[in-house]
Design a protein around this ligand. Structure first.
Ligand code: ZN
Length: 315
């Protein structure tokens, strides 16, 4: 009942209307049947006057099936949210607001953009676990583009001077699986510069205590609390060789940024990095992303449009 369909055809058959989407939300939330969040009563009726809202037979408390998800209090149909989350979760490269507007025949670009922004905001689970074990860490620069710039290519690294004019600075961490055989989970974070003061909080936020971090030996890395540092000091010509996993991730990130978004802008950068990380970490099971995107069981508070366009106002 609560599994996620593996194809568009099955998805369409599974969620043909509002009632089927509401039933799915109720089943995910109350697998054993309705339970009142206030008094624990299991007897309730669906209100005729409010969409997809139960009223408890005990205390008359009203509970919507969308409460606690990103669909809550939205004027858009549930089925539209379901389609948007499904398309965004299953497209291997994601989907831009313009593409979503076209695919779902949305009335305005603003509606499409808001849908995308809300789905993207669900991509960081509040309880996600930090990377652990052996982790490669490295930094890169991405050429950013302004509103008026034509789309440009990814940035060149300046390893000796660490210059960053017109660039977005990003640190990346990649968990190394099976002693280097495969790429595990990743994390990407925007930083203001490559000093220890900027790098250490990023390491602390993304790596578990006792993690061994392999880096290129840049002086900003050593000394991060709780992290065993394993510097691989290398000459400037060897930048593309070590550490290899992070370089693969950075190359993918830059190709993705160009392909889907025609280059990234400084504004909202972290949310795009989060989207890339979300996609990368679920590349082997894309459908699993559908539920996370709707905010189901993740406990995301509903986001207002204002918060999305200026996240710093609420930080
Ligand atoms: Zn109750």
């Amino acid at each position: 009942m609560t599994d996620v369909p593996g194809s568009l055809i099955v998805f369409q058959q599974r969620f043909p209307d509002e009632a089927s989407c509401a039933a799915y939300l109720a089943a995910v939330r109350w697998p054993q049947g309705f339970v009142c969040p206030r008094c624990g009563h299991t007897k309730a009726w669906l209100l005729q006057t409010k969409a997809w809202t139960y009223e408890c037979a005990g205390g008359r408390k009203q509970t919507s099936v969308t409460a606690g998800t990103i669909l809550h209090a939205s004027k858009l149909p549930l089925s539209l949210w379901f389609w948007a989350a499904y398309l965004m979760a299953t497209h291997s490269n994601g989907i831009s607001a313009g593409q979503l507007r076209q695919q779902l025949a949305l009335g305005s670009y603003k509606t499409a953009w808001l849908l995308c922004a809300k789905l993207r905001a669900s991509m960081v689970a509040p309880d996600r676990s930090p990377l652990a074990g052996l982790v490669e860490g490295d930094q890169t620069e991405i050429a950013c583009r302004s509103k008026y710039d034509p789309p440009t290519g990814g940035g060149r690294r300046h390893r000796r001077h660490r210059r960053h004019q017109g660039k977005i600075l990003v640190v990346g961490a990649v968990a190394v699986e099976d002693s280097g055989a495969g790429l595990g989970r990743i994390r990407l974070q925007e930083v203001s510069d490559y000093s220890a003061d900027s790098l250490h909080p990023s390491l602390a936020a993304n790596l578990a205590l006792g993690t061994t971090a392999k880096t290129d030996g840049w002086s900003g890395y050593p000394g991060a609390p709780g992290v065993n540092h394993d510097p691989r000091t290398i000459g400037k010509m060897a930048a593309h060789v070590v550490p290899p996993s992070t370089h693969r991730v950075f190359a993918n990130l830059k190709a993705w940024a160009l392909g889907v978004y025609h280059g990234l802008r400084r504004k909202h950068l972290q949310s795009y990095l989060d989207e890339f990380v979300f996609r990368f970490n679920r590349r082997r099971h894309r459908h699993a992303g559908f539920r996370s995107l709707l905010g189901i069981a993740a406990g995301h508070p509903p986001l207002a449009y204002k918060m999305l366009i200026s996240p710093e106002a609420t930080a």
